[in-house]
Design a protein around this ligand. Sequence first.
Ligand SMILES: O=C(O)CCC(=O)C(=O)O
Length: 244
Amino acid sequence: MSDKAGLFAHLDEYGYVVLEGVLTTEQVSTLRERSVELVKRERELGAQLYLDNRSQRVWNLVNKGKIFANMIQHPAVLEFQEYLLGKNCTLSSFTINLIGSGSPSSELHIDYPLSSLPTPHPSFALCANSIYLLDDFSLENGATHLVPGSHKRGYGPSSGEVYDDIIQVTGKKGDIIIVHGHIWHGSGENRTDQDRVALLGFFCRSFMKPQQDHLRLIAPEVIEGASGTLKRLLGVDSQPSLND
Ligand SMILES: O=C(O)CCC(=O)C(=O)O
C-alpha cells in the first residue's frame, strides 16, 4: 500500500498503518548504534527495566543527541501525527524501547494518559504513537501486538483478559508504524537471542499534559537552538498565557 489516501484510510479503519522504508540504511544503523550505547550507559546507572527485567526504556531522547532531535521532526511522522492530532500537536515523549531477548509479551493496553480517563473515550484521537523500527519486527522477536479497529471501541482492554482478534504487525527496519493512541496494543514475546530495538515517538493534542515535562528536562541550550517545529513539539507554543 503506497498511495497516501490509502495509508490514511487504513489508519482510520484499523487504527495503525505501516509506512515502509522511511529511514535510510545509514540512519537505521546510526540510530541503533547510538540507542544501544544509551541503553548500556543507563543500565549501569540503574535504568527502568521491565518485562522480567529483560526490556528497557530510555527516556527524554531529544536531550540525548541531535540525531534524535532531528528524527522526531521527520516529515513523514509529523504528517501522520498532525492528521490524527491536529497541526499544533505536541510531543508527549520520545523513548527507546528495547525488547530484550527472552522478554515475555506485555499486557495489552492503551497508553497513559488515555488509560486514566473516564469512558467512553472521544471518537477523535487524543494521542498517537510512531514506532521507528531499528530491527526487523518478526513474529519471533516481539513484533507489536494490536487489535485492529479497537481504537473505535471507546474503552481499553481488561487486564488479564484473552482476546482472539489480536494480530502482530511485522515490518522491516527503517519502516515506521503509526498507531492511533486509542488502539489496544503491546509488545510481543521475544523468542530470539537478539534484542529488538525501536524508538517510540508519542504525540498528543496541544492542550494535554505530555508524559514528560520537556521544558524542564531538556537542556536550555537544546531548546534555544531548536528549530521552530521542534520548539512547537516541545510545547513552547502551548504554554498557558500569563494574562498580565
Ligand atoms: O514496542 C512495542 O512493540 C510496543 C510498545 C508499547 O506497547 C508501549 O510502549 O506502550
